[in-house]
Structures are given as C-alpha cells and as structure tokens.
Design a binder for this molecule. Structure first.
Ligand code: NDP
Ligand code: MG
Length: 389
C-alpha cells in the first residue's frame, strides 16, 4: 500500500499537533508533504525538519521574510506566504489529502483550491462551511471529492451514518460538553473574564474555539456545519448536553434505534479515522476502559443562558446569508471580549444586534457571501465602537 501525501494547514495549532501525532505513528501509511502556519516561525521549522517537509507556507509576510533569513529551514525548502502560499500547498501534486485546520474562515480559498485539484478534504475548520457551505459542498459534489469531518461530533455522525440513506435517518443528535460555565447562573456569567473563558474542562484546543465552546456558539456553528456535511434539514439536527464528552454524537434512525460513537475526549480518534479512512488501525491515545465505573449524563441545553446557540439555530433556520453573519459577528465578538472591549454576555448581544441590522437573502455566488462577511464584520465593529463611546 502506498503512502498518502498529507498537507496540513494549521500545523502549529492544536489540531495540527494531534494530526502530527497520528502521522508520526502511521508513517508507513502517511507522508507529510506540506505544512502551513500563521506567523510562528520556530515551531513550523521544527516540524519541517522532523518530517523532511519541502513545501512550507507562513501566512504572515513578515514572518515569512524572517523565516527566509533565519537559517531554520533547509535551503531546499520552498517557503511561500499569503493566500497564494496556502493555495499552492492545497494543490501540491504529491498531496492526496488536505487537512484544513487554520482558525476561522482563512481556510475557505485553500479548501476550494484543493477540491478543484481533486484532493480529499479533512475538514476541521467548521467556519468554512458556516460561511460558504452551499458553495463548498456544491464544488465537492461536482468534482466527486470527499469532505471528511475532523470535528469530533461530525466525525461521530459520519461513522454512525456509515452511508445510510437520508430517509432512514430520523435525526442527528450533536452532543455538547456544555463548557466550563454549564452550571453558572446568568448573574455569574455576567462577570466571566477572558482568563476564565480560555480554560476548557475536557478538551485542550485553540483560544477561539475554547471561548466558542464556553458560550455554546461552537455548538451553534456545528449545527450549521452538520446541515451542510450531511444535507440534513435544520429541524432534524438536535443538541444535547453531555458533560463527559465520551459520546461524540448520535444518529437516530426512523425505527427508533440510536447509534452513538464513543471514545475518550482526544481529537486523535477523529483525525486518524479521517486520514486512514476507510482503514482502521490501533490509535495513539488510550481507549475507554469499562473496568472503571463511568456515568454518562444528558441534559437539554439552556437557550436562555446560552443565547449564542439559540441565535445560531435561528440563523440556520433563516438560511441565506444569516449563518455567515452569525459567524462573522461571533468572530468579532470573541476577539473584542478577549481584548476586554465587551463583556462575556456582550458576545451574544453583539451577534443578535448584528443579525438584526443585516439583510438576509439567498446568495447566488461566493462573492456575495464574502461581501456579507465583510459588511457583518463592519457592523459588529461599529456596534462595539458605539458601545464604547
Ligand atoms: P489553534 O489556534 O490551536 O491553531 C491555529 C493554527 O492556524 C496555527 O497553526 C496557526 O499558526 C494557524 N494559522 C493562523 N492563522 C493562519 C493563517 N492566516 N494561515 C495559515 N495558518 C494560520 O486552533 P485549533 O487547532 O484549535 O483550531 C483550528 C480549526 O479547527 C478551527 O477552525 C477550529 O474550529 C477547528 N476545530 C478545532 C478543534 C480542537 O480540538 N482544537 C476541534 C474541532 C474543530 P500560528 O501558530 O503561526 O499562529
Ligand atoms: Mg466539535
């Protein structure tokens, strides 16, 4: 069996780190052929050296400039930058699969470029589908390219569906940990600081997604991600709070049987499943041990305390560009919260007000969605400035 060429966009991040653990342990099946990061030169250079990677992109131009002078990369390494650098990696002839794991929507263009070049997509960056799911999935369908979900919930659903026809599925049920503030009262939530919001009880992840998990905006983004990945109508996608993060999601079939996927809360299970798909092999993390007692708990989400989840569902149901507006406003809000410009509860308020101030319509091309993304960010930023003055 030949080795699959893997391109890893976001190699120095949390998903990147776990992907490297999977690639290291399966070096007879997988070969890292290209890596991209944002601005941190040294950790990216260390990965390039360890794996002998010859194609590297540092998105930040200054960082790329520094990298070229640093001597940290072998002379035969091709160093690229900017969106062209990401697109170059996404279309490398030696790549079979492209892992998209950069923060936010930066992964959109490389994802489309990779699809166009017939590469399989291992998608971690859910924001890409929330922004432009309609166009990404249409492109993948037209090219016959697989978009395999790395996000643990969607990977679980993909495994539980196992190719079942849509009409046999009653609903899909996304599990949510509920985050660190699951049992906080609204009064307690008002005073949450960035330092508290960047700690997650079960998962170790990048900053933005950790804050999103605490507000449940992450589960909101995942509702919309599921809608596109599985072609499921909004009212057939449910959320249940399951604090242990052992069941990663479930599929309920029309006959009442529910299938679940279980594993400890580590992203390596989903990443390996996707990178070796359809082959199964021993993993890199400890598996569940039923010799130990274990309780699994389920509760309905509280939409009053977690308005971001309610707003995401409403945006998904409204369809059109509403999900793109939700995503843009959330990104601006999280950034403003981390910079202490708005309060924790201000995140939901800002998304709500931005949605109210934005027009909704069915986009007919990608440019329209990108325009909306920009205008929603502008509206959110103006609202923050107004609030500060
Ligand atoms: P991190 O913040 O840990 O890592 C982000 C990575 O993206 C870093 O390698 C960073 O490089 C790189 N990066 C940032 N900006 C750019 C850019 N413009 N071009 C290229 N690379 C860039 O994030 P996570 O790994 O946690 O998350 C990545 C994506 O995966 C997100 O979309 C998230 O929603 C999704 N996801 C993450 C999960 C998790 O467990 N972490 C679970 C499910 C989904 P640098 O180090 O130089 O800044
Ligand atoms: Mg997830």
């Amino acid at each position: 069996m030949g080795r699959r060429g893997v391109v890893l966009l976001g190699a120095t991040g949390s998903i990147g780190h776990n992907s490297l653990r999977v690639i290291r342990a399966n070096s007879d099946r997988l070969k890292l052929v290209g890596i991209a990061g944002g601005s941190r030169v040294e950790p990216l250079a260390a990965i390039a050296r360890e794996f002998g990677v010859k194609h590297v992109t540092l998105f930040d131009q200054n960082a790329c400039h520094d990298a070229k002078k640093s001597g940290l990369f072998d002379p035969d390494v091709a160093l690229g930058t900017g969106i062209e650098g990401l697109n170059h990696l996404a279309t490398l002839p030696e790549a079979d699969v492209v892992v998209v794991a950069v923060v936010g929507t930066m992964g959109l263009h490389p994802t489309l470029a990779a699809i166009e070049a017939d590469k399989e997509i291992a998608l971690a960056s859910k924001e890409v589908l929330v922004l432009a799911g309609k166009f990404v999935m249409a492109a993948a369908k037209a090219k016959g390219v697989q978009v395999l979900p790395v996000d643990s919930e969607h990977n679980a659903i993909f495994q539980c569906l196992n190719g079942a026809p849509n009409h046999e599925v009653a609903r899909i049920i996304l599990t949510a940990s509920g985050g660190p503030f699951r049992n906080h009262t609204l009064e307690q939530m008002a005073g949450i600081t960035p330092e508290e919001a960047v700690k997650h009880p079960n998962w170790s992840m990048g900053t933005k997604i950790t804050v999103d998990s605490s507000t449940m905006a992450n589960k909101g983004l995942e509702l919309i991600e599921a809608r596109w990945l599985f072609g499921m109508e909004p009212n057939r996608i449910r959320v249940v709070v399951h604090p242990q993060s052992i069941i990663h999601s479930m599929v309920e079939y029309v006959d009442g049987s529910i299938l679940a996927q279980l594993s400890p809360p580590s992203m390596t299970f989903a990443i390996q499943h996707v990178l070796l798909y359809p082959e199964r092999r021993a993993g890199v993390d400890q598996t569940l041990n039923f010799e130990d007692s274990m309780n699994l708990e389920f509760n309905p989400p509280d939409l009053l305390r977690f308005p971001c989840l309610r707003l995401a569902r409403e945006a998904m149901q409204a369809a059109g560009v509403a999900p793109a507006v939700f995503n843009a406003a959330n990104e601006v809000a999280v950034d403003a919260f981390l910079k202490k410009r708005i309060s924790y509860l201000g995140i939901g308020d800002l998304i709500d007000h931005t949605l109210q101030k934005s027009d909704n319509f069915e986009p007919t091309n990608l440019e329209e969605v990108l325009d909306i993304d920009r205008s929603a960010r502008r509206i959110s930023n103006d609202l923050i400035t107004e609030h500060e003055s």
